[in-house]
Design a protein around this ligand. Sequence first.
Ligand code: ZN
Ligand code: ZN
Length: 95
Amino acid sequence: MSDSTKKGKTPYQGQRRVFGHFQCPGCNRGWMSGNSWANTGQMCNRCDIMVYPHQQKPLERVAGDEDKCDRNISHPQELCGKCQRLGYPCTKLRR
Ligand SMILES: [Zn+2]
Ligand SMILES: [Zn+2]
């Protein structure tokens, strides 16, 4: 926890939005999110702990439908570390 901020908390260390695989160490629940970011976790809504993705992949571009998809998928802002830090939904970021 007291690791220097230079060390990454996530496999991906770039600036873009990526696809993250999460697994909560508390309840073992797994989930995926198309709004995953470097050094940013999402809260497990059962355990109330921050979970960092163990695997991250670049988002696959779906022939120009990426934006449409993003807006239609409901994104739990209260559970997302990126939204919390920004103060607005990270789905609004265009990257
Ligand atoms: Zn959990
Ligand atoms: Zn978010």
